[in-house]
Design a protein around this ligand. Structure first.
Ligand SMILES: NC(=O)c1ccc[n+]([C@@H]2O[C@H](COP(=O)([O-])OP(=O)(O)OC[C@H]3O[C@@H](n4cnc5c(N)ncnc54)[C@H](OP(=O)(O)O)[C@@H]3O)[C@@H](O)[C@H]2O)c1
Length: 291
């Protein structure tokens, strides 16, 4: 079993971006600038946003954090989005989800200018992805593709089973894995809550991608010997062994599944850091007008 080291792979991408920033600066250009909008006080969202801002600082990107209160109206969030759309200093921005219930997430996503949508959630970007037109790809699926590519994992002709069909993770990764490219060219089966005999399907997977949001859902008896397993799930589980009072766990029972795998992503240190690296990469691409 080998760990698919998202943390290390993300670091090498960040190192490359740091060099690009140095080059931009040396040429007197404008350094990429990422903004993040956080609405409310959800602990996990605060952690994710802080990690994104910190990553910008590490590589020399500009960063702006806009923190709005839990009671912020939809109109106020849309006005913030408009301001960021109009601000030439900001190359890309994200609005961290989930949003408080008074705000329609889809409306907010659609208000973001597609070429500043570094999360890759806007319908224009998802549509271009579907058609294979270069664009800002959704950050988590793009992170998984980079992880496979940079670690030399063969995907062509493999059976890839994806569990979960969300618009932000499961559906786009199933499209990317089936496209004619590298990584890609896999035969993809997309499973969801209505799938019958799930374990029979997952046991056929050469590459199993799990994005269902249920801690420890995938057990060893659902995985083929020698499979590659990518665990997207992130769960805060109470723990008295850590200072924060919680531990991060995935959708996969790591301890029992890992011995069966050729490659497996850990949680933490797998897909999470790759999502951040993709966000930074997307910000670089759009700042340099490369998409
Ligand atoms: N590491 C990262 O950077 C990152 C990024 C994004 C998300 N995440 C994490 O990834 C997980 C998934 O996120 P998401 O946004 O994709 O979740 P989501 O929108 O809640 O979607 C979950 C999907 O799982 C399916 N599902 C639920 N129970 C199932 C079951 N028993 N059998 C088969 N399929 C089942 C659902 O099917 P239906 O469609 O039929 O309901 C749905 O398609 C969460 O833990 C989230 O926190 C991590």
């Amino acid at each position: 079993m080998q760990l698919l080291d998202g943390k290390g792979t993300a670091q090498s991408i960040k190192d490359e971006l740091k060099e690009k920033v140095a080059q931009i600066k040396a040429e007197g250009g404008k350094v990429p600038h990422l903004a993040a909008v956080l609405v409310g006080n959800d602990g996990a969202s605060q952690t994710y946003v802080n990690a994104k801002v910190k990553a910008c600082e590490q590589i020399g990107f500009g960063s702006t954090l806009i923190h709005l209160s839990e009671e912020t109206s939809e109109a106020e969030v849309l006005a913030t989005v408009q301001k960021l759309n109009d601000d030439p200093e900001i190359d890309g921005f994200i609005v961290q989800v989930p949003l408080p219930k008074q705000i329609d997430e889809q409306k907010v996503v659609e208000a973001i200018l597609p070429n500043k949508d570094v999360d890759g959630f806007h319908p224009v970007n998802l549509g271009k992805m579907l058609l294979g037109i270069p664009t800002l790809l959704p950050a988590t699926p793009k992170g998984m593709m980079l992880l496979l590519e940079r670690n030399g994992i063969e995907t062509s002709g493999k059976h890839c089973v994806v569990i979960g069909r969300s618009n932000t993770v499961g559906t786009p990764i199933s499209v990317l894995m089936s496209r004619n490219g590298n990584p890609g060219n896999a035969t993809v089966t997309l499973c969801h809550s209505r799938t019958k005999n799930l374990a029979e399907i997952t046991k056929q997977a050469d590459i199993l991608i799990v994005a269902i949001g249920k801690e420890g859902f995938v057990s060893a008896d659902m995985v083929k010997e020698g499979a590659t397993v990518i665990d997207v799930g992130i769960h805060r589980v109470p723990s008295d062994q850590t200072k924060s009072g919680f531990k991060l766990k995935g959708d996969v029972k790591f301890d029992e599944v890992a011995p069966k795998c050729e490659f497996i992503t850990p949680v933490p240190g797998g897909v999470g850091p790759m999502t951040i690296a993709s966000l930074l990469w997307n910000t670089y691409l759009t700042s340099q007008k490369l998409v």
